[in-house]
Design a protein around this ligand. Structure first.
Ligand code: NAP
Length: 323
């Protein structure tokens, strides 16, 4: 027999664990499938597990390390009775209620769990360059979030990779801190909107390396520099920078829900804002899996609270304790 739960939360970043805190305090006994580490950068605890100092999360005037913050979230959820399983959902069937959730072999007929309501908080991943040293130096010079880490690069020389709106926005933001920002782009024209391009071209602190790709990320304990190759001439050069911001896009973790939950063209889940309702009644979404705009820990946490309250009210009105 599959285990029946009032509420299963899939994902354990700030959104999922905030939903768990609220749901546990509302006596919904939530089960959190917190994920498991993988070679593609998945982490129980989400993207903050890959960061070092977090200085913009309110309530910590001296800052806090990302992993410690997530451990605090987890302990707070457990304190009120949320149950954590360090497993990854491998398949879901949302076509009827209770919803079916598999862990492990997705081909076995019997689901591992049944859920009266489901909260999806599986997050998103920054697309990375895939170079050696890149993951190891995240938080030590390599970053995917200018809003989070720009402050640490005061008066330093840094590079941004990418030519879309994110790269140009991050580079422009980073000029508040850095002495020089070099945008490394693989083509000779930007994908970013005209107005953002013009702003960047007019910024004296920004320089461009066109038709260029990062080939090597150098540094032992901290980023020390990059080897950049011009893809037209194959000429290689060294760029001495202490910061590298990778801004080549994000990918929401929505593979599990393809064909079951409505998504935008870019794969992010659609919610009926300001609520967290998805296209399937009884399924709610929060955090980066449905946010392609703000992508901050605090906004994810806020949306986790919303999802928990939505799920609680929906269970109360529809399902709670039936069967
Ligand atoms: P994006 O538009 O997909 O741009 C990604 C950029 O990274 C492109 O310039 C691409 O190069 C480059 N790139 C992709 N893979 C690469 C690789 N392996 N190596 C080197 N470069 C690589 O992504 P985004 O900038 O994150 O934007 C996503 C969406 O959010 C867009 O719709 C954007 O308009 C929107 N957005 C809007 C704002 C705003 O309006 N304020 C801010 C941020 C994002 P190519 O150009 O050669 O493909």
């Amino acid at each position: 027999m599959s285990d029946l739960h009032d509420l299963i939360i899939v994902g354990s970043g700030p959104a999922g664990l905030t939903a768990a805190i609220y749901a546990a305090r509302a006596s919904l006994n939530p089960l959190v499938l917190e994920g498991e580490p993988s070679s593609t950068g998945d982490q129980p605890g989400g993207q903050l597990m890959l960061t070092t100092d977090v200085e913009n999360y309110p309530g910590f005037p001296d800052g806090i390390m990302g992993p410690e913050l997530m451990m605090n979230f987890r302990q707070q959820a457990e304190r009120f009775g949320a149950k954590m399983e360090t497993v990854k959902a491998s398949k879901v069937d949302l076509s009827q209620r209770p919803f079916k959730v598999w862990v492990g072999d997705p081909e076995v007929p019997q689901p591992t769990y049944l859920a009266r309501a489901l909260i999806v908080s599986t997050g998103a991943k920054s697309i990375m360059l895939g170079l050696p040293n890149e993951n190891r130096l995240i938080g030590h010079g390599v970053s995917t979030c200018a809003t989070c880490d720009g402050f640490f690069f005061r008066d330093q020389e840094i590079a941004v990779v990418g030519g879309g709106d994110s790269a140009i926005e991050e580079a422009t933001f980073l000029t508040k801190f850095a002495s020089r920002v070099t945008i490394i782009h693989r083509r000779n024209e930007l994908r970013a909107s005209k107005i953002m391009q013009e702003r960047a071209f007019a910024n004296p602190k920004i320089t461009f390396l066109w038709d260029s790709e990062v080939r090597e990320i150098k540094g032992e304990d901290r980023l020390e520099g990059l080897v950049v190759e011009n893809n037209k001439t194959n000429e290689r050069s060294e760029l001495a920078v202490s910061g590298l911001f990778v801004a080549i896009g994000h990918r929401p973790n929505t593979d599990l829900f393809v064909g079951q939950l409505e998504m935008k063209d870019n794969g992010y889940l659609v919610t009926d804002a300001p609520s967290s309702r998805t296209s399937v009644e009884g399924v709610f979404a929060c955090g980066d899996v449905q946010d392609d705009v703000y992508r901050q820990a605090i906004t994810a946490a806020g949306s986790g609270c919303t999802a928990s309250i939505d799920a609680e009210r929906w269970l109360e009105a529809n399902e709670h304790g039936n069967s």
